[in-house]
Design a protein around this ligand. Structure first.
Ligand code: GSH
Length: 209
């Protein structure tokens, strides 16, 4: 069975959403990212992933796959009939990769990651100044579209929905982009997305209790 190493409400949430939307069973292993331990047994997470970061997907053959863009496409390709990614050779596949890269690099690493992991000693001023410009890109794109790619939900939507959810605790109110707020509401109305978020929110609460 597939196994996903995750941390509640971290970027690995997108992989959980993808697994659930694909209807794939998986074992989920919670990781404590500050201590780099696996919650199941307290062992060192570096034994699973040298990068020390989630998501890590353990494949059926035991290999481990990291990086959300790769993990999400792998999950989608396990169930091509769900069209969670356009098939290889379809020009929209490159649009999917374009959005996965954008969310991973421009929203996650350029803004969310430093906001949650670095002390605000003034060094966050530049990422904060840039985030509105960054978010205007998906906001404009989604002004007349329901989904990021084509006319159906893909793993790129799972990735962006996660990033948008984290913006509020990072101090950005997405209400200033009505198309993004409406998009996030649409994503959260999907039963599997809602279930994935509820599961991880409950685990997150336990962590802070
Ligand atoms: N490029 C990686 C980034 C993964 C990443 O930064 N994950 C965060 C959680 S959202 C993490 O595990 N951080 C712990 C660390 O970097 O020490 C991806 O897109 O999957």
């Amino acid at each position: 069975m597939l196994q996903l190493y995750f941390s509640p409400m971290a970027c690995s949430l997108a992989s959980r959403i993808a697994l659930m939307e694909a209807g794939l069973d998986a074992q989920y292993h919670q990781v404590h990212l500050l201590t780099k331990t696996i919650v199941d047994d307290g062992s060192d997470f570096h034994g699973v992933a040298a990068k020390g970061a989630v998501p890590v997907l353990v494949l059926e053959n035991g290999e481990r796959l990291t990086e959300s863009a790769a993990v999400l496409q792998y999950i989608a390709d396990l169930k091509p009939e769900t069209r969670l990614a356009p098939p290889l050779g379809d020009p929209d596949r490159y649009r999917l990769q374009e959005w996965l890269s954008f969310v991973g690099a421009e929203i996650h690493k350029a803004f969310l990651f430093p906001t949650f992991w670095y002390k605000d000693d003034g060094s966050l001023a530049k990422p904060r100044a840039r985030i509105a410009q960054t978010l205007s890109v998906p906001a404009t794109h989604l002004a007349d579209r329901e989904f990021l790619v084509g006319n159906r939900f893909t793993v790129a939507d799972a990735h962006l929905a996660w990033a948008l959810l984290l913006l509020r605790p990072a101090g950005v109110d997405i209400a200033q982009w009505p198309s993004l707020s409406a998009y996030l509401e649409r994503m959260q109305a999907r039963p599997r997305v809602r279930e994935a978020i509820a599961t991880e929110m409950a685990l997150r609460k336990q962590m802070t209790a």
